[in-house]
Design a protein around this ligand. Structure first.
Ligand code: ADP
Ligand code: ADP
Length: 245
């Protein structure tokens, strides 16, 4: 199994009390599997993703939860757990590609930085070649030219492809995609989803796709988990879950 999350409970402290955002949520994703996490707005989908990535807001508290990745367990209530989890290889694609990109560096600099961190000993030329290759794989036209461009010189769909290329180069065990196509044209949506599937197929990572789009779920997800008011309602194949009343 690639990753499992057990009994994740998260509270947010509010000016007059506490909001229980997640209660004992459990998930399991196999290597090479794409799990769709769906649920109404406010049901806690992003809280699951942020708790795994160590990106929770300051007023959040993880009450309980364990993540297991490739056989190793991490206690999510411990402050250093998510850093350790990231060290095992996690990448995230957000709705807004600029959350992953730095506006002051070129595409090439940012892609090469991912490679430099992954293999500090590699030489510059090799890294540039690998970065261009990654841009080519996510179907960004004219990779050599893109390497020298800044994020603001690219369209939203092109930026999201750069982020996917970044994820490709970081070779994560788990890819979390939180509404990755919501900000994009429907025509671009299908292309981006194909690139995410392509990435999954190339490196065999587990993918957690957070979405409110039933269309994306039925078309691309192997399995589905439905969150309802912070509690998991149902998990199974897309057919199984859709047959629930
Ligand atoms: P989703 O991604 O499904 O829309 P979220 O995980 O963003 O849901 O939110 C789950 C619940 O937690 C919602 O009720 C939301 O209002 C609340 N929430 C999210 N972030 C905070 C925060 N920083 N402080 C207080 N409540 C929050
Ligand atoms: P740090 O706090 O160590 O600076 P970062 O949040 O900057 O950590 O990111 C850690 C690593 O993950 C960096 O190598 C960064 O380039 C890479 N990274 C950041 N966002 C993404 C993403 N969406 N997909 C793939 N890799 C990413």
């Amino acid at each position: 199994m690639a990753i499992s999350v057990r009994n994740l409970s998260v509270d947010y402290s509010l000016p007059h009390g506490t909001a229980h955002a997640l209660r004992d949520v459990s998930l399991e994703i196999q290597k090479g599997e794409l799990l769709g996490l769906v649920g109404e707005s406010g049901s806690g989908k992003s809280t699951v993703a942020f708790a795994l990535m160590g990106l929770l807001a300051n007023n959040a508290k993880v009450i309980s939860g364990t993540a297991k990745i490739d056989g190793k367990s991490f206690d999510l209530t411990k402050p250093n757990a998510t850093a350790a989890l990231r060290g095992r290889g996690m990448a995230m694609i957000f709705q807004d590609p600029m959350l992953s990109l730095n506006p002051v560096f070129t595409v090439g600099t940012q892609l090469c930085e991912v490679l430099r961190r992954r293999s500090p000993g590699s030489d510059r030329k090799t890294r540039i070649g690998m970065a261009e290759d990654a841009l080519d794989k996510v179907k960004l036209s004219n990779p050599q030219r893109r390497m020298g461009q800044y994020p603001h010189e690219l369209s939203g769909g092109m930026r999201q492809r750069v982020v996917i290329a970044m994820a490709l180069l970081s070779e994560p065990a788990l890819l979390i995609a939180d509404e990755p196509t919501t900000a994009l044209d429907v025509t671009v949506e299908a292309q981006i989803m194909r690139e995410i599937i392509g990435l999954r197929d190339r490196i065999g990572c587990a993918v957690l796709l957070i979405t409110h789009s039933l269309g994306l779920v039925t078309e691309y997800c192997d399995k589905l988990s439905v969150l309802y008011a912070g509690e998991r309602l149902e998990s199974g194949t897309v057919n199984e879950v859709q047959q629930q009343p």
